[in-house]
Design a protein around this ligand. Structure first.
Ligand code: SF4
Ligand code: SF4
Length: 69
């Protein structure tokens, strides 16, 4: 039987992002970028789920989602 390990990934509510770039600065993996100067986007393949971006976001619009890997 395959064992599934739960991981966390960051998810941005893009409509509410003010594109401040704070999340980009604190991400240790370079997994989050401000796209077209409008909103932040997370590369799920790079995200390790550390939660730093969520803690830093002044708009509190980054949620950590549980995902099965
Ligand atoms: S949870 Fe960590 S690795 Fe993932 S985007 Fe946020 S700061 Fe980067
Ligand atoms: S810290 Fe929050 S508001 Fe600022 S760019 Fe990142 S997701 Fe958007």
């Amino acid at each position: 039987m395959e064992v599934k390990i739960k991981k966390r990934k960051a998810k941005v509510t893009q409509a509410d992002c003010v594109a401040c770039g704070s999340c980009v600065k604190v991400c240790p993996k370079g997994a989050i970028r401000v796209y077209k100067g409008l909103y932040a986007r997370v590369d799920e393949d790079l995200c390790i789920g550390c939660g730093r971006c969520a803690a830093e976001c002044p708009a509190a619009i980054i949620e950590m989602e549980e995902v099965a890997s």
